[in-house]
Design a protein around this ligand. Structure first.
Ligand code: CA
Ligand code: CA
Length: 254
């Protein structure tokens, strides 16, 4: 089934009726809106990452999935339709990417909200929830691309103990000032080493931060999009994610 998406009401249940273009403009007016995303599905139970272009969404952003030894879908749990990530083995690797269009690209210092709800149904590990990665142009000059990095937010580095399982939880990465580390692309390296873990407030400050062996990120870096990630190395798990807020964009998987 193809992905469908629509700009929903900012609060309450979207009945799907009476929300014409006029309402969509209203929803966009303050820069904050909720978009329902339905029909997202991708599965690959073999080795080798398979990338699928899931198309341009109603808000102009562009969604992709990557799958290996697992599946991505939207299922209902606890009465809420949500993104469902299932890995088959410790080699399972799942990604949902959303690339921002020019209207959504925002300076890191102006990002604001970064939060989501999650439910871990089952997991081999007790220190893993869906990982959020912000894709960043570090120097804020889109004409140069060898400075693209990800800021990676993982539960295991927050000092929050074991992940609660079986119930919906809220992760407020901006409000709780989550710690993130940097992944660089040129060359590809994970700078998740001592001294390179910094709180979001540091990365997005005017002074910013330069990881050892990495690239300087600060308030003027530009957020190019986001990624939800599960694995590899996470064992077998079944996890749900919903109500992802990245700046003015909120996604309700429906
Ligand atoms: Ca939902
Ligand atoms: Ca650049």
């Amino acid at each position: 089934m193809a992905v469908t998406s629509r700009i929903a009401k900012e609060n309450g249940t979207d009945t799907g009726k009476g929300n014409g273009y006029g309402y969509q403009k209203k929803a966009f007016a303050d820069g904050h809106y909720t978009m329902d995303v339905s029909g997202l599905a991708a599965a690959n139970h073999g080795p080798g990452d398979i990338t699928v272009d899931q198309g341009v969404l109603a808000d102009g952003t562009h969604m992709y999935t990557e799958t290996r030894f697992g599946s991505i879908g939207i299922d209902t749990i606890g009465g809420e339709a949500a993104l469902h990530l299932v890995t088959d083995s410790n080699s399972g690797r799942l990604r949902v990417d959303d690339a921002f269009d020019a209207a959504h690209q925002v300076k890191l210092g102006n990002l604001g909200d970064l939060s989501f709800d999650f439910l871990v149904q089952s997991a081999d590990r007790t220190d893993v929830i869906p990982v959020i990665r912000l894709t960043i142009d570090a120097d804020g000059n889109l004409a140069t691309t060898n400075d693209r990095v990800d800021l990676v937010f993982e539960w295991a580095y927050q000092g929050k103990g074991a992940v609660p399982q079986g119930s919906w939880q809220h992760a407020d990465l901006s409000g709780d000032n989550w710690i993130a580390w940097e992944h660089t692309y040129a060359p590809s390296q994970n700078l998740d080493t001592a001294g390179n873990f910094q709180a979001l407030s540091v990365w997005e400050s005017a002074a910013g931060f330069t990881p050892t062996g990495g690239i300087h990120v600060d308030a003027n870096s530009i957020v190019l999009g986001w990624q939800i990630a599960d694995g590899s190395g996470n064992g077998i798990n079944s996890m749900y994610l919903d109500h992802l807020h990245v700046g003015g964009q909120a996604i309700n998987f429906a």
